[in-house]
Design a protein around this ligand. Structure first.
Ligand code: ADP
Ligand code: MG
Length: 361
């Protein structure tokens, strides 16, 4: 794109969750309108968007109509069927490009892509049948984690296995579908790097952050990470390399494991807004969501400089019942996603506690 889309243009978003909601809000702040496409009527992003389509991703007519109305399309949800994406890509620009999304949709493709770029991951093997399963366990050793190649999120579709019996049981439980078996990593910590890349190839990275998971769901993100600066810089270089190799225009978050000796291994990549980047809304000049909007409409990227250190805590299920106390806390920024049903494990909102860098309260 040579000329940026002007304010008033319509951004199409595939997926209706909280990542979409916060993207719509960032777009609205800059005068852009959003059309959200997702299968359910009551969704966090739809509530705040100016146009909505409720249809299955397989509904070709609805997909075409959506793609024809919008000026550019992005996504907040990774598991969009290939056919839907190619239909859309024939009618409208899609940012990030669909190949980047294809790569991230499949753990085997993703890890192969990373290793082909010379980027280290844990040792892993693709598994598509019982023979390969047993071989992979011999090759990699146990304990290991068996993960479905596709459709996993928040720890769903994966199982830690310590014995051969557990391995076979996990294979059955996961549906005997294409998987990857990867070494269980005794990491010192988990970090992530969120980075925006513009249409001109310019990149803007946020500082690496420390992530703590509870029951496989992100619990807290601390920004910045307390990692040694040299390791943090290496993590940023890895994220830049990935974004450049994917020729990504938009936003990407790279999840990484850091070992005791400072080795950085990439766990997975997400070419979309990411939970570990939510702190940027309240602590940075320009948030991850605004960077995505800027990148997809062709504006220059904004500054990723932070004015505060931040601790982001997810509000899962009933955690959100504390909304009144949280809303009264000084320097706490409360975000609720408007979900009515509080299922256990469901992300209802988050709170970001700020420590301003100028020392003022
Ligand atoms: P998703 O986020 O899509 O559910 P991940 O691959 O990121 O899947 O796994 C979720 C979490 O499980 C990770 O953030 C990490 O805490 C843990 N985990 C995943 N893979 C490994 C591994 N190979 N070794 C140790 N822990 C792992
Ligand atoms: Mg993950």
């Amino acid at each position: 794109m040579t000329t940026p889309l002007p304010p008033g243009s319509l951004i199409g978003i595939l997926g209706g969750g909280q990542l979409g909601r916060m993207t719509v809000l960032a777009a609205a702040q800059m005068g852009y309108r959003c059309h959200v496409f997702s299968p359910n009527f009551y969704e966090p992003a739809k509530e705040v968007a100016c146009a909505q389509t409720t249809a299955s991703y397989d509904d070709e007519e609805a997909v075409r109509a959506f793609a024809r109305t919008v000026d550019v399309v992005t996504f907040e949800f990774e598991n969009i069927p290939d056919d839907t994406l190619s239909t859309i890509a024939n009618l409208s620009p899609v940012r990030p490009n669909v190949e980047a999304l294809y790569t991230s949709q499949d753990r085997a493709l993703e890890k192969k892509f990373l290793n082909d770029q010379g980027i280290a991951t844990v040792a892993w093997q693709a598994v598509t049948n019982e023979f390969e399963l047993e071989n992979a366990a011999t090759e990699i050793g146990l304990p290991a984690i068996l993960k479905t190649a596709r459709f996993g999120y928040d720890g769903k579709g994966q199982s830690k296995v310590v014995t051969r019996e557990m391995l076979r049981a996990a294979w059955s439980e996961l549906g005997k579908t294409a998987c990857v078996l990867e070494v269980f990593c005794p990491f010192e910590r988990e970090i992530s790097v969120s980075l925006a890349r513009g249409h001109d190839g310019q990149t803007e990275s946020y500082v690496p952050v420390d992530n703590v998971h509870r029951e496989h769901i992100l619990h807290t993100t601390t920004a910045p990470s307390s990692l040694r600066l040299e390791t943090a810089d290496r993590a940023i270089v890895i994220a830049q390399k990935i974004a450049n190799s994917l020729d990504l225009v938009g936003l990407i978050t790279v999840e990484m494991f850091v070992l005791d000796d400072g080795t950085v291994l990439v766990n997975e990549i997400a070419p979309r807004p990411h939970n570990s980047g939510h702190w940027t809304i309240d602590a940075c000049t320009v948030s991850q969501f605004e960077q995505l909007v800027r990148a997809v409409v062709g504006l220059p990227l904004g500054s990723t400089v932070r004015h505060s250190n931040a601790l982001m805590t997810n509000l899962i299920g009933r955690d959100a019942d504390a909304w009144l106390e949280l809303s009264a806390e000084t320097n706490a920024c409360l975000h609720l996603y408007g979900k009515s049903e509080k299922r256990p494990g469901r992300k209802m909102g988050h709170v970001t506690r700020l420590s301003p860098l100028n020392g003022l309260p």
